[in-house]
Unconditional design. Structure first.
Length: 273
């Protein structure tokens, strides 16, 4: 079964300039200024509940699993780092076969339609198609989290950035997560680096251009015991494995009125083999 969703893609600036997003909110509109154009399209998003085994990290770029979390409060950042991080480091090792995993950040998202902007303390589901990392920003992550003496050897091995996403509090029926099968992505044509301009530094993420060949999936009504791993980056870029996963939150038109607003946590991990 599938649902019809309106997804927001990106169109690069017509003058050929570098796409950017200013991460400060405009004082008048409450929105972030950017020089790229939003591009909305209606697409079919297939519900893969019962068929999750067809999708793996190396084939599609993502992988579903059921595993209850020991930590379930998700109210205090330091508590999350102390309790939730260690259990998920071991889980990622188990599911991927990795030898070394370092979790470097997490984000709690609680959808609140009445909020004007998306502040760090009140993060909303991201409602446009994107990939968290580019190749250059992924490589830059390694020296930020490891001693300089370890970095050359680590960069010579296979490494990935993987996001572990799960609902919290209740099932994610409202604004669920859609994932694009990497096998339907033209990595040379569909991806658009976007500079993220902060007051003291710049980051980089990937916007995604519309391609009617994209195959979108989601797992309906994921509950807090459900999780999905998806790739933000893989250092193997020879076409033999999925490199990344375009993804977005989306409004399912079949969502019953009165459904609790989506709440979720995502953690990002550097994964080495």
């Amino acid at each position: 079964m599938s649902t019809t969703a309106q997804l927001t893609y990106s169109i690069p600036p017509p003058d050929g300039s570098r796409p950017f997003t200013n991460m400060n909110h405009d004082s008048f509109t409450g929105k972030r200024l950017h020089n790229w154009t939003k591009d909305t399209h209606y697409v079919q998003v297939e519900d893969v509940r019962g068929k999750e085994h067809r999708y793996t990290l190396d084939t599609a770029g993502f992988q579903f699993y059921r595993h209850p979390a020991n930590h379930t409060r998700f109210l205090d950042d330091e508590e999350i780092k102390k309790e939730y991080y260690p259990e998920n480091m071991e889980l990622i090792k188990k599911l991927t076969g990795a030898t070394r995993v370092v979790l470097f950040d997490h984000t709690i998202r609680r959808r609140r339609p009445d909020l004007v902007n998306d502040s760090p303390e009140k993060r909303q589901p991201v409602s446009f198609v994107h990939v968290d990392q580019t190749t250059s920003s992924a490589k830059a992550r390694v020296p930020r989290h490891f001693p300089a003496s370890d970095v050359p050897a680590l960069l010579q091995r296979r490494y990935q950035i993987i996001n572990l996403w799960r609902p919290i509090s209740h099932s994610a029926i409202d604004w669920p997560l859609a994932l694009c099968d990497f096998r339907s992505v033209n990595a040379e044509e569909d991806l658009m680096p976007i500079s993220l301009i902060y007051p003291d530094h710049e980051g980089e993420t990937l916007g995604v251009k519309y391609n009617p060949k994209h195959q979108w999936i989601y797992k309906s009504a994921m509950d807090p015991e459900d999780l999905v791993l998806f790739k933000c980056f893989d250092s193997i870029e020879d076409g033999s494995v999925a490199r990344l996963t375009p993804h977005t939150a989306f409004e399912d038109p079949r969502t019953p009125e009165g459904t609790p607003f989506r709440e979720s946590i995502e953690i990002r991990a550097l994964v080495f083999y």
